[in-house]
Design a binder for this molecule. Structure first.
Ligand code: 9D3
Length: 243
């Protein structure tokens, strides 16, 4: 996978994605990261890349020419899936991360100020994606969030035992509480069942914890889970009756 990021703050991306698991994975060539400074492509003097929006309105807009020239420099005529990170985009989900992780190459366009001239977006953008319904100061953090979620799905980036955890999230339940040594900390004991070594009881306790935590914190996911359970029950009883 080759990640390209077009941004006005390249060091933010390089710092943010150069540490930890992703830094190591990039060093092992499990993916490459190419960060391009849009300001390097301006034809205006003093590195100017923004201007006032036609029709008035608060703030400034990034102009089309520098963005387009940076894009052309990276893609060199290749057709590359180009993601414009924007509050006006479709919501980013684990499903979308999985879909994007199948691509060979991804180009992320980070806006700043109040956005980018629509004409260059029309020409180069394939997907407009938001990371949530809150307003940030720029697209760099959203691009890093998405690259993190996508890169961890690439072969070799995480230890191979994590895929099971992936599935658990897919069954729409929040994860159960976890404990490690010591057995008593600040007078709080680890739940007995986890010390019992009884795997069946442990699994049952963890499922119960996941369900109650989901019901409490994510009623939307809980509702989905409940309906799925009901359908499974109905189908299995229908199957029994038909036999
Ligand atoms: C004036 C209307 N604003 C849109 C809500 C303009 C605007 C605010 C903030 C930004 C910077 N944010 C992003 O570039 C961004 C990119 S993806 C994303 N997901 C959630 N929230 C976000 O702010 C973002 C861009 C335009």
């Amino acid at each position: 996978m080759r990640f390209h990021v077009l941004t006005l703050f390249p060091e933010m991306i390089e710092q943010g994605l150069g540490q930890g698991i992703l830094g190591k994975a990039a060093a092992r060539q499990l993916f490459t990261l190419n960060v391009v400074n849009i300001r390097d492509y301006t034809q205006e003097r003093h590195g100017k890349v923004d201007d006032y929006p036609y029709g008035g309105g608060a703030g400034m807009l990034m102009q089309a020419q520098p963005v387009y020239d940076a894009f052309e420099a990276v893609t060199a005529g290749r057709k590359v899936r180009t993601i414009y990170v924007t509050p006006q985009g479709e919501p980013f989900t684990q499903r979308k991360a999985r879909e994007l992780s199948e691509e060979e190459e991804l180009l992320f366009l980070c806006g700043h100020y109040e956005g980018i001239d629509e004409r260059v977006l029309e020409e180069i953008v394939t997907d407009s994606i938001s990371i949530g319904d809150y307003v940030l100061t720029g697209g760099e953090l959203p691009a890093m969030v998405m690259i993190d979620a996508i890169a961890r799905l690439l072969p070799g980036v995480l230890g191979n035992d994590s895929s099971a955890e992936e599935e658990s999230f897919h069954c729409d339940l929040l994860e159960y509480p976890q404990y490690s040594r010591p057995e008593i900390w600040h007078g709080q004991k680890v739940p007995e069942v986890l010390l019992s070594g009884d795997h069946r009881k442990t699994a049952a306790w963890r499922l119960e914890q996941s369900v109650s935590r989901t019901a409490e914190r994510r009623p939307d996911l809980y509702e989905k889970y409940r309906r799925k359970q009901e359908m499974i029950k109905r189908l299995s009883s229908e199957k029994r009756n038909n036999i």
